[in-house]
Design a protein around this ligand. Structure first.
Ligand SMILES: *Cc1c(COP(=O)(O)O)cnc(C)c1O
Length: 389
């Protein structure tokens, strides 16, 4: 079959299965009340958990930085693109998360790709949770190690796989907060497992950084841990920090090794300094304004009983990610449409992003939501419960 014809066929099949995805155009800055298709709506699907994406301090920091540093960094970090803004951000991130050192990557996706590729060799073992983010899963493809997955949060299964492995180096990696379910990995136990096997645990804290822990430094803090020789941490800056980019933090030899060997760090242009400056501004707000995390907790504590009252099923999540499982794809799409009719934006998440039969509304809460936003959402979900169940 000619290539073009095959693509068209695939397109039709995907549409029939209700799996075709289309982008919606956002016509305003990222915020709680946004404009899409010419209409205002309330947004319950961004990862802007603290409401920082269009915060005036981030805007000012990046504006000043454009004037001071220009736009492009002009080269990769190891050639001549590593500017003072990048460097300062790395120092501040390391201090904030209590690590010896941190390295700043262009995206979380790229940072995840770098880690097995830099540390593991042929014959080593990469061990991951089944529900890990696509970027962790994809990282297996960039290295020669054997790749095994344990059942979701199943420590016994993880331990069995470690016990049965002859590999010299074994890297365990997990989402700290699972991006589609909102539940958390048992970090204390995984940390103990890593120590027992003299190996390293990598946590992907894309959804915990800024949100979890008293100070907001993430899932390790919430579990009373810090990055160390058995524990690496990856954080992203495009979610709660409202900016863009990512970092890996840990003991100095590990971070220096990434600087030497991480292909997605070495062979790419350094991020623009204004983006790094926006992240630095976000870091100051995260440290200064505890009320954002407290407000998020209050909203989560209002949300869950509200949903239970409606008779809808919740998942085991105490994070701002609060999915409502609807089952098949078409029901999830209909639910999203019902909310759209009420000017509420929650996207339907379908396979292959989530397992078949678990299509869902992935509702995310932000410190910038108010009670009236939640009430509007409850009304919409009530209609969904009445019409679709
Ligand atoms: C979003 C996300 C990433 C990717 O981070 P980017 O900076 O957006 O590339 C990695 N891991 C998890 C768990 C994520 O949710």
């Amino acid at each position: 079959m000619p290539w073009r014809q095959a693509l068209t066929d695939d397109h039709h099949k995907r549409r029939e299965k209700k799996l075709w995805r289309s982008r919606q155009q956002l016509e305003s800055p990222q915020a709680i009340e946004v404009s899409r298709n010419g209409k205002r709506c309330i947004n319950f699907c961004s990862n802007d958990y603290l409401g920082l994406a269009s915060h005036p301090e981030l805007i000012q920091a990046s504006t000043l930085a454009v004037q001071k540093w220009g736009v492009g960094s002009g080269a990769s970090h190891l050639v001549c693109g590593h500017q003072t803004s990048h460097h300062q951000l790395e120092l501040e991130l390391a201090e904030f998360v209590g690590a010896e050192k941190a390295i700043f990557f262009s995206t979380g996706y790229m940072a995840n790709l770098a880690i097995p590729q830099s540390f593991l060799r042929r014959g080593d073992l990469l061990l991951q949770d089944k529900l890990n983010h696509a970027s962790l899963i994809d990282s297996a493809g960039l290295c020669r190690a054997e790749f095994k997955r344990y059942r979701h949060n199943d420590l016994q299964h993880a331990q069995d796989l470690l016990d049965n492995s002859q590999a010299e180096r074994k890297l365990i990696s997990t989402d700290a907060v699972f991006s589609m379910d909102g539940d958390q990995a048992p970090l204390a136990k995984l940390g103990t497992l890593a120590e027992k096997f003299s190996t390293v645990l990598l946590i992907d804290d894309a959804h915990g950084f800024g949100v979890l822990g008293q100070r907001g430094s993430g899932s390790y803090e919430a579990a009373n841990l810090k990055p160390n020789e058995h524990r690496l941490m990856l954080g992203t800056l495009g979610k709660a920090a409202g900016s863009f980019g990512a970092f890996v933090a840990g003991d100095t030899p590990y971070i220096e090794h990434l600087e030497q060997y991480a292909r997605t760090y070495i062979y790419t242009t350094a991020l623009p300094a204004p983006v790094a400056e926006a992240s630095r501004a976000a870091l100051r707000i995260i440290q200064r304004e505890n009320w954002r995390r407290e407000k998020l907790s209050e909203l989560i504590n209002l949300f869950r009983p509200g949903i239970e009252q409606l008779g809808l099923d919740l998942m085991e999540s105490s994070t701002p990610i609060q999915p409502i499982i609807l089952g098949d794809e078409s029901r999830a799409l209909q639910a999203s449409k019902i909310l759209e009719g009420r000017n509420i934006w929650v996207s339907a998440i379908r396979p292959p992003t989530v397992p078949a039969g678990s299509a869902r509304l992935r509702i995310t809460l932000s410190a910038a939501h108010e009670k009236n936003h939640l009430n509007a959402l409850f009304e919409g979900l009530k209609e969904i419960k009445e019409r679709l169940f």
